[in-house]
Design a protein around this ligand. Structure first.
Ligand SMILES: Cc1cc2nc3c(=O)[nH]c(=O)nc-3n(C[C@H](O)[C@H](O)[C@H](O)COP(=O)(O)OP(=O)(O)OC[C@H]3O[C@@H](n4cnc5c(N)ncnc54)[C@H](O)[C@@H]3O)c2cc1C
Length: 466
């Protein structure tokens, strides 16, 4: 039994990667630590459960990474995907710290494995968790428990008592014991974004948000973020910006995870419900572009689209949980998708006629492109001509939102008046907007959580001692 009457040095709200990194590093620095995870034990770990890899800078190949990925290259990749909408100082700090995380996370019990073939061409840049995100979390929880971190599940925090930028206590709501006031010297908020809160999403997306599918946990409803912003913490980030990918329209509303994501866009074309193409499917290497497709589909009528490809490419990408819908002809496929057959035939015929000769290579920006159609497909354009013809229906799959709490390099929250909070820190999705103004490059979510989680834990422990 956890003694909830005592005062803890560090209270960590959340139970994913950022929370566990914070809890472990605070405990290692000598602090007493309580973790409150809103989800039941089986569902512990938020979106982190679904992850596979993390992007860290490194100067040379490792046992599992095929070559160097310098801080400068990481920075350039981040600049590209965010279009410069990032806090340069914080982002460069994170990238520098990420080098050490590769080893630090192993010291916390996590194991790496080489990149899986056919995923996102990440073998040089991203380290994959042996056994996936759940195994990674199990290792972190085990380490935290062994170190003496106290953890409570089914432990939703429903209110925060904050005065003049100083955290005093939190209200814990438990299924049987009801509300308890928890006192702690410092707070680390690692409670995710607000992606599972459809009503909040609707404030920015309107009714379209009803058609969004949430790829991860239903527990990230943004309640802690909302309380912090209401109690004087400065916000950062555009509330409409988020990581959103195209996922199978047949996926469940929540927690469908990685197996519902479609990586087949570059191998075909994407049309909306009027059977019209609407964006360059070959704009850039897939890891730098996969996360724009959720927003693109969200902007289409009824938030639905269809990836159309042919039988010659079915073994070129990772299969998903859902089989493709097949037709012997384009018209038959259109009928099955409830699209206008004549319109889809016209789109495919025009696309095929525009494809120029080239040498196909999906690992580089190859010279297979179209000419004379809009939008162009600028790489990997090949004719769709081998029956059976195939399609995946897709909807926007929201991974996580970017609106968050502003922090400094200590992961310390910054108040609306620009002053650092006396004792409040944030890590992970809840502050991702500091680094990600928009866009995404695979594996940065876990970098943000690990780097700022570790720092937040250390700083919170130091703060509690003083
Ligand atoms: C399908 C999928 C695949 C992904 N793959 C990758 C990948 O391979 N690499 C990568 O870098 N990123 C990936 N991401 C993104 C990644 O999951 C997140 O960036 C990262 O896990 C965020 O960690 P976090 O600790 O901030 O949040 P989370 O892991 O989501 O944890 C938030 C926690 O807060 C808890 N919580 C919320 N509200 C309360 C409350 N009021 N009281 C108490 N607890 C509360 C939740 O229960 C949860 O445990 C993926 C996401 C999804 C959905």
């Amino acid at each position: 039994m956890v003694d909830l009457k005592r005062r803890f040095d560090v209270l960590v709200i959340g139970g994913g990667n950022a929370a566990l990194c914070a809890a472990i590093s605070a405990r290692r620095a000598g602090a007493s630590v309580l973790v409150l995870e809103g989800a039941p034990k089986f569902y512990r770990g938020g979106n982190t459960r679904h992850t596979r890899n993390m992007r860290c800078a490194h100067d040379a190949a490792t046992d599992i990474l095929t070559g160097p990925y310098t801080e400068e290259e990481f920075w350039q990749d981040l600049l590209l995907v965010t279009g410069g909408q990032t806090d340069e100082e914080l982002a460069k700090f994170m990238i520098g710290e990420s080098k050490d995380i590769l080893n630090w996370i192993v010291e916390q019990g996590v194991r790496w494995q080489p990149s899986l073939g056919g995923t996102l061409s990440l073998g040089r840049t991203n380290s994959f968790f042996l056994g996936g995100g759940r195994a990674m979390l199990n290792a972190l929880y085990l380490t935290a428990e062994k170190l003496g971190v106290q953890i409570i599940y089914d432990a939703e925090v429903t209110d925060l008592n904050i005065e003049d930028g100083m955290f005093l206590s939190a209200n814990l709501k438990q299924p049987i014991d009801g509300i308890t006031e928890i006192r702690a010297s410092t707070l680390v908020a690692a409670a995710g974004g607000f992606e599972a809160n459809i009503e909040w999403l609707k404030e920015y997306w309107g009714e379209a948000a009803d058609n969004f599918l949430i790829r991860g946990t239903p527990y990230n409803r943004g309640s802690i973020l909302k309380m912090l912003l209401a109690k004087g913490v400065q916000d950062i980030g555009d509330p409409t910006q988020c990581h959103a990918v195209a996922i199978d329209a047949r996926a469940p509303k929540f927690d469908g995870g990685i197996i519902t994501r479609h990586d087949s866009v570059v191998f075909g074309i994407v049309v909306n419900k009027h059977a019209q193409r609407f964006y360059d499917e070959g704009e850039d290497i897939w890891p730098k572009r996969y996360a724009i497709w959720g927003r693109l589909v969200a902007a289409q009528p009824d938030q639905i689209a269809y990836i159309i490809f042919d039988s010659s490419v079915v073994t070129s990408f990772m299969p998903t949980l859902f089989p493709p819908i097949a037709g012997a002809t384009i018209a038959e496929l259109a009928t099955k998708l409830e699209l206008d057959p004549a319109a889809l035939e016209k789109t495919v015929t025009e696309f095929n006629a525009a494809v120029q000769p080239g040498t196909f290579d999906h690992t580089i920006l190859d010279d297979c492109r179209t000419e004379g159609i809009a939008p162009a497909k600028t790489h990997w354009a090949r004719r769709i001509e081998h029956a059976p013809y195939l399609a995946y229906p897709v909807r926007p799959g929201i991974t996580f939102t970017y609106l968050g709490t502003r922090v400094n390099k200590q992961s310390r929250m910054v108040m609306k008046d620009g002053k650092p909070s006396a004792n409040m820190f944030a890590a992970g999705e809840i502050m991702a907007g500091n680094v990600l103004g928009k866009g995404y490059a695979a594996g940065i979510g876990m970098t943000i959580g690990s780097v700022f989680g570790r720092v937040a834990g250390q700083e919170a422990a130091k703060n509690a001692r003083n």
